[in-house]
Design a binder for this molecule. Structure first.
Ligand code: FES
Length: 106
């Protein structure tokens, strides 16, 4: 994947349909990409409760529900929305260059 400083090209825009969540691997990081009403967001893909990929869960509006125990996170902020999840997930800035989706890693 192409790099530009900390900005990394991770996907093509048309691979993330509205209402979809897609998982990508960047080195050792698992990132989830979301299309919410045409805007793209990125978070850690690993649930903070146990081992599960949020990209295999359900996107409901701007919340992602973990497929393992149903924990929910707010995609735009990473905020954990209640038991069983108590720890927020990381969120990453996203920008578009043409039809490339770029994510800025910490
Ligand atoms: S692993 Fe996600 S809620 Fe338990």
């Amino acid at each position: 994947m192409a790099g530009d400083g900390n900005w990394v090209s991770v996907a093509k825009l048309d691979s993330i349909k509205p209402g979809d969540v897609v998982g990508v691997t960047l080195g050792e990081r698992e990132i989830a990409l979301y299309n919410i009403d045409g805007a793209i967001y990125a978070t850690d893909n690993l649930c903070t409760h146990a081992f599960a990929l949020l990209s295999q869960g359900w996107l409901d509006g701007d919340c992602i529900e973990c497929p393992l125990h149903g924990g929910r996170f707010e995609v735009k902020t990473g905020k954990a929305l209640g038991a069983p999840v108590t720890k927020d997930i990381d969120v990453f800035p996203v920008k578009l260059e043409g039809d490339d989706v770029l994510v800025k890693l910490a």
